[in-house]
Design a binder for this molecule. Structure first.
Ligand code: FDA
Length: 302
């Protein structure tokens, strides 16, 4: 109850206060910050996926700027030999303004990554975007079979059907590569599972589907029971270590992350950076059960 109250008031809190808690969730504001933090993770044997923070855009000029920014990120990361790939949010490239322009923008980014034999992951946004994002993924996958992947959300009731439908894209040359996560957006219960147990059950069902069908999953969770469930499935299907990876968000559950790395599994951390950190970090803070007590402590200890 109290946590919910704090969560609701977060967007109205002074930015400086929110920053105190946000800094653990973002690499910084500049590309140099992202490179530095990525190098630190690489030194711990952890791969990264880099995300430039930003919320919904208002016009296509902003989409062009975002595309240019990603091209610069790719050049910089490749020049610095970072062991990592790139994550993009289609709305950031104009998805809700002009789907074709959005496709062309993302295509340019994927083509740039492909020049370096690298990879771009299309993040999944809220439910009105899902069909559009699958469509863009399909088009890109045809042209860049090795260089593009998608995110799927276990809380959506449609996800297993989507996974089945997209199998037509998989063949000997072109494997499918998904990030499987629970899903972060508030969706209506007609289309989304709401209960923790239900979401977890479908997460493992989706993962089972991927492992059985030789699809490469990025198992993106900080939830210990899901990590344990994933271990069991990996063992059940005897999946080699190069056929899956675990993924976590920067700054979240570092101890669990370390234990996964120590067992020899591949780990990739999502490294968000940029000036628009506020929206992203308030979402992370809302997920953090310890947030309320931390914020109260900070209010009294300034
Ligand atoms: P859950 O929320 O149940 O958390 C499990 C436990 O993890 C908590 O009990 C707590 O201990 C810890 N924890 C979780 N969040 C925390 C936090 N912020 N601070 C401290 N502890 C925390 N979603 C989406 O809709 N589209 C996308 O493209 C992506 N992309 C993505 C990439 C990667 C690499 C990850 C890890 C996640 C995403 N997500 C996402 C977000 C995802 O859908 C989900 O909301 C979060 O990962 C939280 O879900 P968990 O599986 O961690 O479980």
């Amino acid at each position: 109850m109290f946590n919910k109250l704090i969560a609701a008031t977060l967007p109205y809190m002074p930015k400086k206060l929110v920053w105190i808690f946000s800094k653990r969730y973002i690499a910084g504001e500049t590309i140099a910050d992202a490179v530095r933090e990525s190098k630190k993770l690489n030194d711990q044997g952890i791969k990264v996926t880099v995300d430039l923070l930003g919320e919904f855009i208002k016009n296509l000029d902003e989409a062009t700027e975002n595309k240019e920014a990603y091209l610069e990120i790719i050049e910089t990361f490749e020049a610095n030999k970072i062991d990592g790939n790139y994550s993009v949010k289609p709305t950031f490239f104009g998805l809700l303004l002009d789907e074709e322009v959005c496709y062309q923008n993302i295509r340019t980014v994927v083509a740039k990554a492909a020049e370096y034999n690298n990879f771009v992951r299309i993040d999944m946004e809220d439910s009105p975007c899902v069909d559009k994002e699958i469509k863009i993924f399909r088009r890109l996958k045809k042209e860049f079979p090795q260089n593009v992947g998608l995110v799927v959300q276990a809380y959506l009731k449609r996800t297993l059907d989507d996974l089945n439908n997209m199998m037509d894209m998989q063949n000997g040359v072109s494997k499918l590569n998904y990030r499987l996560c629970k899903g972060i957006y508030v969706e209506p219960e007609e289309i989304a599972y709401k209960k923790y147990e239900e979401i977890n059950e479908h997460f493992l069902e989706d993962l089972d589907f991927m492992l059985k069908n030789d699809v490469y999953p990025g198992i993106a969770t900080h939830d210990k029971p899901l990590v344990d469930g994933a271990y069991k499935l990996i063992e059940k299907y005897n999946v080699p270590k190069d056929k899956y990876e675990f993924q976590m968000l920067y700054g979240v559950t570092p101890e669990l992350r370390k234990s996964i790395v120590e067992k020899g599994h591949t780990m990739r951390v999502y490294v968000p950076f940029g000036k628009d950190w506020f929206g992203y970090s308030t979402r992370r803070l809302k997920e953090n059960p310890k947030m309320a007590s931390l914020i109260i402590k900070a209010l009294f200890n300034r």
